[in-house]
Design a protein. Sequence first.
Length: 271
Amino acid sequence: MACINCISGSIDRGTPTGKELTVAGIPTYCALPPGGKSNQAVVIISDVFGWKFPNTRLVADKIARQNFQVYVPDLHCNDSVPLNLFEVITDPAPSFFRRCLQYLRLISRVPYFMMWLWRHRLEKSVPLLSTICDTLRSEPSFGITKLAAQGYCWGGRHAITEARTGKFDAFVSVHPSDVQVPADLMHVAVPGCFILAKGDFMFGQRMVEKTQAFLKDQRPALRVEFREYEGVHHGFAIRGCEDNPAVLAARQDALQYGIDFLKSVFGDKDK
């Protein structure tokens, strides 16, 4: 399923400061902490716009500055949704007529987007993610002992389905899309948090309640947190407009909340 907010938003100002490298044969953006070393790492599983999307790389840089290694792999095999299909939605809208035209263009792109989702279903992308995780964990040069998944939109579902022992030690799922409950929760075995837009069509209140009920019943001892933000839409934490003070505040809080969650789970003793 797709929604208009999956393929629209704003592109952040700023220049990413990390570097591109290859991990297990997969092109990957890497951002390292100021000291260059940390035994704690985050794999960002991007939205449909992929590992080169400026916003995603800037988020990786911000997480790295708080003493994490951060990796953003190309799980789309050079087939991310191109930025020429990204609709920049300004806030406030310049005019009613122009906003209508923007939404008509977005609606016309939905068939392409649905085909893209089929090409990049879990069966295709999860093996790539597993390869990345295995390499980061096993290769001594990375020096990683704690590994987290942080997924946005398309990647938010992956963060949930792969939140299992031996792969990740914690997960952060940010306004995930296409989540199947309870099927996608069956293997959740590590601490995690859900960062959501309240009333999000892709992960609404009913889905929140079903997820909470399942985890409470099936994983009562597992730490799983939920944080919802009002007045924002699906995609706000990665594509929300920086020029809207309320959206920017929600974005900043959501990012820091996820970072603080991982710090509390991992601790600081070996960083």
